[in-house]
Every structure is written in structure tokens, then in C-alpha cells.
Design a protein around this ligand. Structure first.
Ligand code: IVH
Length: 709
């Protein structure tokens, strides 16, 4: 069985595939003849059910790709239980029902390992990997130089040793301290892909297989979701969940946990004909174990290639890994190289950069955004996380600080995975310095000293300084020149802030006076004449704009691009908009009470009127807006919202197409919305549309509608 989610060289070797009757249609459980007369017929029915359950278990727990609804799975299980209860003498030794039947234990027995369970050294960088391979060479004779290596995934779970006597599973022991572990045989029996009987190892007196017990990501999420619903303990990560599950004294609890076992070595009983680690893993796969992706490599460059290919595929794997493992492939050379203290000299882990690390939060600064929002920013003792050095982390808002109960001076865990922005995930309260003090929301703006307010209905504190506040002035300037606003692309942010700091530009209107200060630009900013010319002509070109862009560029709180377009459509010209009453503003699609009030107030602030007048006097202008009165267009009077990612075109394009057909396009869903155009990964808007009963249109339907199909 292959898993479509996994890349081809990452297909785990399935162990629980049905050994007979592969054509069993598991979604159509066979009906059970209650009047079955011969034992052979009963056994045949049991086998069919067992095989179907194993196929499902493998798909669900190992491949993370269920092929049955849970309810149907339960039906199959129930049929088998009933049959086994009726015919206890005929119960098959590998029945999955047996795997959950043991009594709770009072404590785990300690077991000493036949040979110690070693751990692995670590490398994190290519150079260290090369050093490791060099050290191996140093211990080998001339003839043995540059041996072949084998690489595997480093599964993030728990090491376990399994023993089989003449093919029969007899014992599972955790790694423990490496010398002695705990006997978890009963719990291990409940692991769906752990073979209880190895037909192909029936002639091996003692086979010891070592490997990792993991909880697949999907199962982990399901388990935590259930725990949340039931107010139970939520696990921090799949490894903890796997460990917690294996240490359950009651095997029926362990049985309910989605665990999987991946073999990575044979410690005793390997057939003598097998001479390499890669062959040992292939053999383990053949006799019924799941094993992870393996590659044989010859040199550091190939090792690096494998490592990087694993990083690329990491997110798609059904279980967590924390790196790769590189092992000398020849088992004889492994023996020869032996180990030092507790680590083999013939293997090391080539690990991924840590994604969660601890560091000290040195201070909490407050930053002021364009519309005055005051956000706390954590200043960290710089630390490498997810492969990059992080020294700042957003703490979002004051509520988040309270939720985390974090103070300057605290040790914190910082998490950064992939390209996601770093986040404080935990505060180590036990390590809090004695002299630390709770964080207070500043009562005045750290930049302009105006009072700070925390409106009841908002999580964000705000500076009340408005455009008096230099921080807000700066942000307003950056927004004004941005691509979707006035689009002055020749005027980069760095220069703009430079002009601001030299007092050459205070308000957005001053940008249009810069041509009067060309000498200062050259002397103060050390700009070449050519650069100044470019800036001045970019500014000049931006004077010809649209009313919608102009409204958006003003940076009125609550007025994003779509609302600006709707306002331009609704009012047709700036003066009508500026003098509109709240009631009139409310008639605009997408404009609710809060935005209407913000717009109304904006146009009544003398400072704003002054700036707008200066901009118009400087020559900023736009063509008359063609207001779309009912034109009999197909989508006349309709309001659409777009969400998610579209395949066939950019969202802007989809928006233009809808508008061309007479629809208004809004940024948020309300009961007045006609339809939601939903692309891939549609999130909260989709949920809201469903709640409000707003029609949801998929991309294909939309393409048909706009005649693109
Ligand atoms: S080999 C002597 N192979 O990593 C060799 N270990 O940090 C010892 N692990 O305790 C183990 N995936 O729990 C090996 N493919 C793999 C592994 C692996 C995960 C774990 C194992 C071990 C730990 C050492």
C-alpha cells in the first residue's frame, strides 16, 4: 500500500498489510453468517475481518491516510469481537482484539538490557558532519578509508527494545537510562503496526529489534482535541504524548492512543548473511516491521543532499522527526569502530536546527503603529532558533502579556518553525528573578507622550496623539507612498524616514513640496543629483491617481483598500464624501457603524482638512469616478466577498472581473453579502458565510460565471 501523502522514497514499509486476500473490500464489511456451521467457515470470516482491521490500522496509524470512517471501523471490530466471544476456541493468535485485552498493571517491572541502549552524538552543521566522517576515517585502516554510510530519519519518539522468541513477540522494554528500562510489553501489544508474530523469523531463537515508538501528527492532534473537549490534560508534543501513553498502567488506555513503531536496528538474531545496516532495515521491512526512509551515501556532499531533501519533505511526513541519522553501513566496521562512553563512534545524529529554544527576555518595548496601536515587543538575548538568530519577538498586545504572565527578566521559550514569525510559547516562572516587576501598560505614548487608551472593545492600546505623534506620522508617510496607495515607488522607506528626521517632510502634503528642497536633499541626505531627479519625477507622476487610491492613502482607520473603493463608488467625488453624514456613510457597502464614525471624524479634524487641501493644491488629482448606476449588468446590486487562494488568477483580477459585471466587492461578510467566492484554504470567512447562510461559490463556478471557462 502506498500513501499518496508521502513522497515515494518516504513510504514506510507497511507491516500490517493483510497477508491473505488483498482484494478484501474494507469499506464493505462482509456480513457475518450467524448460522455458520463449520469451523473453517468461522475462521475464514475471522481472517477476513482481521485483515480488514489491519489494513485500516496501517492506513490510519502509520500512513495517516484513513480508508474507513471511524464508525465503519467500529462495526468491523464489533463483528470480530462478537465472533470471538461466540467461538473463543477459534480466536486467531494475531487478532487485533487481543492486543487490548490485558489487565492494568500496578507498576512496571525493571528490566536490564542485554547490551546497553546507546544514544547518539549530534551535529548541526555541514562542517561538523564532515568532521564526524573524518574522525571515522582516522580510526580506519588505509584500505577501509571513506566507507559507505547509510542515512535514516531521526524519529522524535521513544526508543524501545522488542524481543521475539521463535517469531513470537515476548517483551518490550523502554530505553530507560540505557542500562535498565521498564517492561511495557502489555502496552506495546496495543501498537497497531507492531507485529506480534513474525512468520519469517520463526526459526530465530531470540530476535531483538530496536526502534522508535512515535505518535503520528494527525493522531496527536485528534488526541489533544478530544482532551480539550473533555477538560483532560493536553500534551505539549507528540513525543510527550507517546511517552505518556506507553507509561499508562492500564493497557486499554494505551490501546486508545494512536501509536506506531518504526524499527531501526537488530541487536540480536540478525541472519548472518546480512552485512550492512541498509540490508538489515530492508530485512526488517520484509519480515513485517515498519521502517523509515533510508539512503545509502558515499560522501559528505551526498549526506547533505539527503539531509536537505528530508528538510523539504519534513512537513509532509505523518510523524515528527528532529533530524537525520548517519550510520557507517558495514556492520563489521560498526563492530570495529565500537563506542565511546554511551555513543557509537560509527553513527551520529545530523539534527535540524532547534525550533524551540530558551532565552532571556531582557526588556519589553512598546512600539507605535500607523493608527496609533501600541504593541509590546520583547527584546531577547539573541538566540538561534529554527536556523536564524532572533532578538525581537512580538508580544501582540497587553492581553497576551497578561495571558503569558511574562515580565522583563524572565526566561522564555521561543518557537520558530519554517518561515513563521517567532513566538513566545512559554514562560519559565520557576526561574523568575526575585526583583522582577509586573508589566504595566504605559499610560502615555513612548514616542509623543500623549495619553494611551485601551478601548473596551479592542485588545489593542492606542496612542491618542494621532498625527501629532511622530511615530504615527512616520507610519502614515510610509503608508501614503506604498504601492497600493499613491504608489511613489521611487521614494523608498529609508529616504522617506531620512527626510522626516531632517524635518523636510512632516505631513504627507510636504512630499509634494520636496522639489523646492532639492539642494537640501543633496547636502543633508548625500543624494546624487540623478537620484533626486528620480525621486522628484516619481512624486510628480503620482499626482495623477484615482479617488479610491487617494482615500486609501489617507490612512483612515478602518478604511482598507476595498472600503476605499466602495466609498469612491458611493460618493463619486471627494467633497461629497467629506461632507457626508454618518447615515449617508452607512449606506456604503462594507461600512458599518464603527467605520462610519471613524470616517466622519477623520474628515472633521482641521489638521486632516488642511493636509487634504494642500495635497489638492499641489496638484494631486484623479479622473471623475464613473458611478455605476443600475446598468442592467448581471451582478448589479450584488455584494461579493473573496477569500482563500485562487488558482486561475490573482484576487485583484477576480475582484476586477466581479466589479466589471456590476458587483460590489467587500472585505467582510455580513448578512447583506450576496456570495462568498472561496478559493483554497478559506478560513474564518467561510465559517462566517456558512453561519449567516451566505452562498459560497467555488472557483470553477466563478469562472463559469465570468465566462472564463
Ligand atoms: S540509532 C547506537 N536510529 O535517537 C544507535 N536512533 O539520540 C542508537 N532515534 O535513543 C540509535 N531515530 O531514540 C537511531 N533512525 C534512528 C533513530 C534513532 C530516532 C533516537 C533513539 C535514540 C536517540 C539518540
Amino acid at each position: 500500500m502506498t500513501n499518496p501523502i508521502l513522497p515515494t522514497d518516504f513510504q514506510p514499509t507497511p507491516s500490517s498489510e493483510p497477508t491473505t486476500d488483498k482484494s478484501t473490500n474494507v469499506s464493505n464489511p462482509p456480513s457475518i453468517a450467524t448460522d455458520a456451521t463449520s469451523n473453517a467457515a468461522i475462521i475464514a470470516q475471522m481472517r477476513t475481518l482481521i485483515d480488514a482491521l489491519k489494513t485500516h490500522n496501517n492506513a490510519y496509524y502509520v500512513l495517516d491516510n484513513p480508508i474507513l470512517e471511524d464508525s465503519e471501523y467500529d462495526q468491523l471490530r464489533l463483528s470480530l469481537i462478537e465472533l470471538e466471544e461466540e467461538y473463543p476456541d477459534l480466536v486467531q493468535s494475531d487478532s487485533p482484539i487481543n492486543q487490548v485485552g490485558d489487565m492494568p498493571l500496578s507498576a512496571f517491572t525493571q528490566v536490564t538490557h542485554d547490551t546497553p541502549m546507546l544514544s547518539l552524538g549530534n551535529v548541526f552543521e555541514y562542517d561538523d558532519l564532515r568532521d564526524f566522517m573524518r574522525r571515522v576515517n582516522d580510526r580506519l585502516s588505509v584500505a577501509q578509508q571513506s566507507p559507505e554510510y547509510e542515512m535514516e530519519l531521526k524519529l522524535d519518539g521513544l526508543a524501545v527494545s522488542l524481543k521475539y522468541e521463535y517469531g513470537k513477540f515476548v517483551q518490550a522494554v523502554t530505553r530507560g537510562d540505557g542500562q535498565t528500562g521498564e517492561d511495557i510489553t502489555q502496552n506495546a501489544k496495543t501498537i497497531r503496526n507492531l507485529p506480534l508474530w513474525l512468520a519469517d523469523a520463526a526459526d530465530i531463537a531470540l530476535l531483538e529489534v530496536r526502534g522508535e515508538v512515535v505518535m503520528p501528527k494527525a493522531g496527536f492532534e485528534r488526541l489533544n482535541r478530544l482532551a480539550l473537549e473533555n477538560d483532560d490534560k493536553v500534551f505539549a508534543n507528540p513525543r510527550n504524548a507517546a511517552a505518556g501513553s506507553l507509561r499508562q498502567l492500564d493497557p486499554s488506555i494505551a490501546a486508545s492512543r494512536p501509536l506506531a513503531f518504526y524499527a531501526y536496528s537488530v541487536n540480536q538474531g540478525l541472519p548472518e548473511t546480512i552485512e550492512t545496516q541498509s540490508a538489515a532495515l530492508a530485512w526488517l521491512g520484509d519480515i513485517g516491521f515498519s521502517v523509515s526512509a533510508v539512503r545509502v551515501i558515499q560522501n559528505p556532499r551526498e549526506a547533505q543532499e539527503y539531509y536537505e531533501s528530508v528538510i523539504d519533505k519534513r512537513a509532509q511526513l505523518p510523524f515528527e522527526i528532529d533530524g537525520t541519522v548517519i550510520k557507517v553501513n558495514s556492520l563489521a566496521l560498526q563492530q570495529q569502530l565500537s563506542f565511546l562512553s554511551r555513543e557509537p563512534r560509527w553513527a551520529t545524529a545530523y539534527k535540524f536546527p532547534a525550533e524551540t529554544v530558551m532565552t532571556r527576555l531582557q526588556a519589553i518595548d512598546w512600539q507605535v503603529g500607523r493608527t496609533g496601536q501600541i504593541t509590546p515587543v520583547g527584546k531577547l538575548e539573541p538566540v538561534k532558533v529554527g536556523g536564524v538568530t532572533v532578538s525581537n519577538v512580538t508580544l501582540h498586545n497587553f492581553g497576551e502579556i497578561q495571558r503569558l504572565d511574562v515580565r522583563a527578566g524572565d526566561m522564555v521559550s521561543v518557537h520558530r518553525a519554517g518561515d513563521v514569525i517567532p513566538k513566545v510559547t512559554r514562560v519559565w516562572h520557576g526561574q523568575r528573578p526575585a526583583d522582577s516587576v509586573p508589566v504595566m501598560l504605559p499610560s502615555t505614548c513612548p514616542v509623543c507622550d500623549s495619553p494611551v487608551v485601551l478601548p473596551d472593545d479592542e485588545a489593542l492600546a492606542r496612542c491618542t496623539g494621532g498625527l501629532f505623534c511622530p511615530a504615527q506620522q512616520q507610519e502614515a508617510l510610509i503608508h501614503f507612498v506604498s504601492r497600493r496607495a499613491m504608489d511613489i515607488d521611487g521614494l523608498g522607506e529609508r529616504w522617506l524616514i531620512g527626510f522626516f528626521n531632517h524635518g523636510l517632510v512632516k505631513t504627507v502634503a510636504d512630499i509634494y513640496q520636496l522639489h523646492n528642497h532639492q539642494e537640501e536633499l543633496i547636502t543633508l541626505e548625500k543624494l546624487g543629483e540623478k537620484s533626486v531627479q528620480n525621486i522628484i519625477s516619481a512624486i510628480e507622476a503620482s499626482k495623477q491617481t484615482t479617488l479610491a487610491r487617494f482615500i486609501y492613502a489617507l490612512g483612515i482607520r478602518g478604511v482598507g483598500e476595498t472600503t476605499a473603493q466602495n466609498l469612491a463608488q458611493q460618493f463619486g467625488d471627494l467633497d461629497t464624501l467629506m461632507s457626508a453624514s454618518i447615515e449617508k456613510l452607512l449606506l456604503t457597502p462594507d461600512v458599518g457603524a464603527i467605520t462610519a464614525e471613524l470616517v466622519y471624524k477623520f474628515f472633521r479634524a482641521p489638521h486632516n482638512i488642511e493636509v487634504i487641501t494642500a495635497l489638492r493644491e499641489a496638484g494631486v488629482h484623479w479622473d471623475k469616478v464613473e458611478q455605476k448606476v443600475s446598468t442592467g449588468q448581471p451582478l448589479d446590486g450584488q455584494t461579493w466577498v473573496i477569500t482563500g487562494a485562487l488558482h486561475s488568477m490573482a484576487r485583484d483580477e477576480a475582484k476586477a472581473k466581479l466589479q466589471a459585471l456590476g458587483a460590489k466587492v467587500s472585505g467582510s461578510i455580513s448578512a447583506k453579502t450576496t456570495a462568498l467566492l472561496a478559493g483554497e484554504k478559506a478560513g474564518s470567512k467561510m465559517a462566517k458565510a456558512e453561519k449567516l447562510g451566505v452562498k459560497v461559490v467555488g472557483e470553477e463556478e466563478f469562472l463559469a460565471l465570468v465566462g472564463e471557462e
